[in-house]
Structure formats: C-alpha cells, structure tokens
Design a protein. Structure first.
Length: 321
C-alpha cells in the first residue's frame, strides 16, 4: 500500500475543524499520514482538534505549530516539508471529504501510474449541494493552459499529486502569496507531470456556508496577490521557452485580473494597476473562454476609453454580486 500524506493548514477554524478532522480520521484508506499545521490560531480550534484526534489513537497524525503567523502558503509548505508519503494532497480546514476520498484517488493513481489524479468536487450550501464537474484534459500541456487561464480550478484539495514532482522540480509555495497559493504551485505541477488521470466523482466537499468567501473585500484583496502571481508565471515561463498558447493562457488570466481591478477601483487607480499587470490584447478579451459577455463589454469599453459605459456596467455588475 502506498502512503498518502494529507496536509491541512489551520487558522482560526474552530467552527469547522472537528468536522474536517473527523472526515479525514474516518477515511477507509489506512496508509495515511495526516499533518495539521496550526498557523498560530487565536481561537479554541487547536484544542478541539487535539481532542478529536485523541479519539483515533491508531491514526498517524501530527499537529505542527508555526513559530509565527505567516499565512496559508508557508503553512502548506511546512506540511509539505514534513510529508513522507508517496503521494500528497492538501485539504482546507473549513471543508470536509467523503469517507472513500483517498481510497478512490489512490486506486486511480495505481491503475494509471498517474502523477496527478483529479476528482470532481461538491459545493455545500447547507440547504443544497452542487456537483462541480471538473472535466480536465489529461495531457499535461492542455491541462497547464486551462489552469493558467482559469478554465480548470487550480485548488489542490481535489488533486492527489506524486510527491516526487515537488521534490525533483523544487516546487515550493511562495512566501506571502496567501491568495492564489494553490494556483502558484499547481501550474508548475501540471507543467512537470507526465501522467494525469481523472475521476468523475465529487469526493471533496467545499464549504460554501462560510460566506466571508464571496465578498467585495476579499475580491479587492485578491488583486495584489494576482499581480504577484503573474510576475511569477512570466518569470517561470520565460526560462522555459514557453509556447505561444501558454502565453495566451497567461493573457486570459490577466484579463480576469483586469476585470477585478475595474470592478473595485476608480478608473485612475485601475490605470495605475494596469501598468503593473502588463499588456493584454483586445483579442484576449473577445476570445476569453469563460468570461461573461457583460465583463467583456466592460473591458472593451475600458480599452476604447469609453469610461462612462465602464462605470455604468460596473454598477450593474456590483449590484448583482
């Protein structure tokens, strides 16, 4: 049996950590190493976690505490550094998983000798659940392009990854990049993977009842990390002589970021942030694979310097959000 390491960054997750931990401790797969990394929580979450773990003495579990609060990226990296499994997967502390989550992912990995196994996931709204069909391509180059453009969710929690990819290619989380931390790692994993497999079962349950998630404040905070990530991507691919379609996919990501900039900044501030973003073409707006028409119209109006229409569209969009 292969050993699987599960890494769970924890910060002030008192309301959800017991449910998360129980879903991992009750896994049908036995060869597990579960690593919780407490990023200096100030609530009762860590104590509740210890009590929960004590009920499962047969499980191989570690609780690590960061010396100071550094954010999710370095908490994930600490867990990854401590991991000894053949495969590794990340789980967020406010989510939970189905009892056969690891068992089914491992079975697919073994059958296909896969470097990455991706499964579907389920949004949990409390009163209803929604099956999210990932349908990723299973060749590395196509997956890379879809991850860069945002057409395939880059969360690491529905992706079992062979740990050798992290080790052999020195793939690490970026300190300070605590939003898009999954994406900052997964595009490099996808770029280096040889074999990718897909399981169309929603084994991961993503908690959408914790709705500080979809707020304009969080979306505003995403802009600076996104600009940091674009710089990282461009540096990485400039050293790898990337193909035109990779650079096109990065442009699609830039378009997504410019959409956020326009929604939550005055035009003058948006123009300043656009300088940090770097150029993207009108073609990238028009051909963007996932962008809604109203956003395309807003971005095209901005490119045409038709700012009154930009302001009108922004009000329409924000009032709906």
């Amino acid at each position: 049996m292969m050993l699987v390491s599960i890494v769970v960054p924890v910060y002030n997750a008192e309301a959800y950590i017991e449910r998360c931990a129980l879903s991992l401790l009750r896994q049908s797969y036995e060869e597990l190493e579960i690593i919780f990394v407490d990023d200096c929580s100030t609530d009762a979450g860590p104590e509740l976690l210890r009590k929960t773990i004590a009920r499962f003495p047969e499980r191989n579990v570690k609780i690590l505490r960061q010396p100071k609060n550094t954010g999710s990226a370095m908490a994930r990296q600490r867990g990854l550094d401590e991991a000894s499994g053949d495969y590794v997967i990340q789980v967020d502390s406010d989510d939970c998983v189905k009892v056969d989550y690891i068992e089914k992912l491992v079975a697919v990995a073994q059958k296909n000798k896969a470097d990455i196994v991706i499964c579907d996931f389920q949004y949990d709204y409390g009163n209803r659940q929604v099956h999210c069909h990932v349908n990723p391509p299973t060749d590395s180059h196509s997956l890379l392009n879809k991850v860069l453009a945002g057409s395939v969710h880059s969360g690491l929690w529905n992706k079992l990854v062979h740990r050798k990819i992290f080790v052999e290619h020195n793939i690490r989380f970026t300190e300070g990049l605590n939003m898009f931390d999954d994406k900052s790692v997964f595009y490099r994993i996808a770029d280096q993977a040889d074999r990718i497999a897909y399981l169309s079962e929603p084994l991961y349950i993503y908690n959408k009842t914790n709705e500080g998630s979809i707020t304009s404040r969080k979306r505003t905070r995403a802009i600076e990390p996104a600009l940091m990530l674009i710089e990282q991507m461009e540096d990485y691919f400039s050293k790898r002589d990337a193909s035109k379609d990779v650079w096109q996919s990065i442009e699609y990501f830039k378009v997504n970021v410019m959409r956020l900039i326009l929604l939550y900044n005055p035009i003058k501030d948006a123009q300043k942030k656009e300088e940090s973003l770097g150029s993207f073409s009108i073609r990238s707006v028009v051909t963007h694979p996932t962008l809604k028409s109203i956003y395309k119209l807003m971005l095209l109006s901005y490119k045409a310097h038709f700012y009154p229409l930009v302001s009108l569209l922004r009000r329409l969009i924000v009032n709906k959000v």
